[in-house]
Design a protein around this ligand. Structure first.
Ligand code: UGA
Length: 435
């Protein structure tokens, strides 16, 4: 099949490369000439494990191409995917759909034959219908269908999530479109992946409901961690006990400093706004958003606690800055609020992240950025681990103790065992576990 991806950001590029790997003929379109030139040379603008290999291999095989020319790119395509950004509008937090609507207009003007236009970007309920109306107004004589096909890719595991998904959700209102989409995903359905066909609105709700449910799960276990700290429980045992119930499941029950990233915060907020707007407020998701926002900043207070009540005048080593490991993404990362709160309370921050330092410099001001964990820890009065990069597991705590001014360690991801840390001579605080 011939496919075009409009927008070569995270979703467009990963999906385009994976569809090419299925054997489809894919062209990725972007208005940014610099990006297109780089992609043609195999330079990938984002950090995602194995993506460079996948792009280079499929580009060399002639199945994955890049262009700035939207018209030429989408003429003669079976499916055109809208993969442009939907950032929150600063004034009210609603998803800004101007790029989606522009893409719809551009596609309408360039379609050559029956085309399935696919909303892949995360968009509020009702967008597929809007896109349909825009195409109809621009080019009423054309033949097309608009389909909603949300993505469920985690950063850092996006290729695995695309190639081995739990399910594919397709919201379509015509049999012709459903049949094109079945053919597109045949390599997955042949492997037994469930392909769920729904109406368009349902598919749009599924996307938001999934992220909101996962964000709720994370926030719920964080609340249980707080409770465990008060009553002497251990949140890891609680999570295991919960997760063994098949109806709940074990995933997304790791307590931590609060969720971040470009999806959960934006999508939960957009869901709250949409629900409010249609007169069906989501009290649960609203509470999750508020609780998570407050939590990030509260995490800094643990560092004050371990420093004897205040971080004023202290040097704090911050280990890990990105919103999770295996990405360089700093969007809505808990580290931003934590560092800000530490600095506001008079601390000097020495920070280290394996991949996100350049991005971190744009959003974290006044910190000293270090080239290694040991460098950040040297001379520090306390350390706080914010992101669980694998390399931190290999820290030699005899050496760490010898380079720090005081052996104080706050572990916001429960990476280490309290018993081992105490045996190594550290004052150690973690999340929801007895000291
Ligand atoms: C999330 C979803 O997991 C994807 O399915 C979805 O496609 C994507 O959003 C999207 O809408 O595009 P992602 O933002 O990459 O993916 O990150 P996650 O791995 O889901 O983690 C989100 C946040 O929750 C991170 O800050 C992470 O540290 C936190 N988290 C996650 C926890 O604190 N505990 C957990 O048990 C799991």
């Amino acid at each position: 099949m011939r496919l075009a991806m409009i927008g070569t950001g995270y979703v467009g590029l990963v999906s385009g490369a994976c569809f090419a790997e299925f054997g489809h003929d894919v062209v990725c379109v972007d208005i940014d000439p610099g990006k297109i030139e780089k992609l043609k040379k195999g330079v990938i603008p984002i950090y995602e494990p194995d993506l460079d290999d996948l792009v280079t291999r499929n580009h060399a095989a002639g199945r994955l191409n890049f262009t700035q020319d939207l018209k030429a790119g989408i003429a003669d395509c079976d499916c055109v995917f809208i993969c442009v950004g939907t950032p929150p509008r600063p004034e009210d937090g609603h998803a800004d759909l101007k790029y989606v609507y522009q893409a719809a207009k551009d596609i309408a003007g360039a379609m050559g034959r029956y085309t399935v236009i696919v909303d892949k970007s995360t968009v509020p309920v009702g967008t597929a219908r809007e896109v349909d109306a825009i195409v109809k107004a621009e080019n009423p004589a054309a033949e097309w269908d608009v389909v909603s096909n949300p993505e469920f890719l985690r950063e850092g595991a996006a290729i695995e999530d695309f190639m081995e998904p739990d399910r594919v959700v397709i919201g379509a209102d015509s049999e012709r479109a459903r049949s094109v989409m079945r053919q597109l995903y045949a390599p997955l359905s042949d492997k037994g992946v469930p392909i769920l066909m729904t109406g368009r609105e349902s598919a749009e709700v599924i996307k938001y409901a999934t992220n909101a449910f996962l964000a709720t799960k994370v926030t719920f276990i964080n609340e249980m961690a707080d409770l465990c700290e008060k009553v002497g429980g251990n949140v890891e045992d609680v999570a295991r006990g919960l997760g063994l119930d098949d109806r709940i499941g074990p995933r997304f029950l790791r307590a931590g400093p609060g969720y971040g990233g470009s999806c959960f915060p934006k999508d939960t907020m957009a869901l709250v706004k949409t629900a409010e707007m249609v007169g069906s407020p989501t009290w649960i998701v609203d509470a999750v958003v508020k609780k998570n926002d407050a939590r990030k900043r509260q995490m800094a207070h643990r560092v004050g606690e371990i420093c004897g009540g205040s971080v004023k005048g202290k040097t704090i080593a911050v280990l890990g800055l990105t919103f999770k490991p295996d990405t360089d993404d700093m969007r809505e990362s808990p580290s931003i609020d934590i560092v800000d709160e530490l600095q506001s309370n008079g601390a000097t921050v020495r920070a280290y992240d394996p991949e996100g330092t350049d991005q971190a410099k744009a959003v974290i001001k006044g910190a000293e950025f270090c080239s290694s964990a040991m460098d950040a820890l040297t001379g520090a009065d306390a350390a706080v681990l914010v992101t669980e990069w694998a390399e931190f597991e290999d820290l030699d705590f005899d050496v760490v103790k010898s380079v720090m001014k005081a052996a104080n360690f706050v572990d916001l991801r429960n990476v280490f065992s309290p018993a081992n840390m105490q045996a190594a001579g550290f004052n150690y605080l973690s999340i929801g576990r007895p000291a």
